[in-house]
Ligand binder design. Sequence first.
Ligand code: FES
Length: 183
Amino acid sequence: MNDATNLAPSDSRRAFVKKFISGLLSALLGLVPLGAGVAVFLDPLRRRSSDAGAVRVTPLEALPADGIPRKFPVLGTRVDAWNKFSEVPIGAVYLRRTSDSQVQAFNVVCPHAGCYVDFLPERGRYRCPCHNSTFTIAGKIDDPSSPAPRGLDALEVQVREGKEIWVRFQNFRAGTAEKVPVA
Ligand code: FES
């Protein structure tokens, strides 16, 4: 005869509860590595980002030296779920020549809530069509009643070999006074 058959009803109930709890704990502990495995498997879904490296935007000669900003698309690499796409649109920039060989670059995205800003040549200002934030040609907030919490996001720009404009393209979090890069 085994011990279980010798147990009183209350002992056998206790033994059953003990077994049940230990079984439940084992099952829960088993879920931890499963959860970690699922997180690793799904990781590419969380890496939905644009390449923050320098990208060639345009030849310098395509940007007139009249001090007026022009909008250019930015092509780069986008990682989306399990795929990596090259030379796809990842954003846009305003470029402006500040001298024959120097260029200023801004991300076109409004730092208030993410709309694309327009440049108004007749006013020499940027204006966001969504909630009317305005920015000077240097990217600073123009009208103090603008809801944007900071000026336009300047980007690092290089003129390589005197003929190609490269920009370190980056998006930043909207709605904050600080410029916080978005991964
Ligand atoms: S998104 Fe530009 S002002 Fe609101």
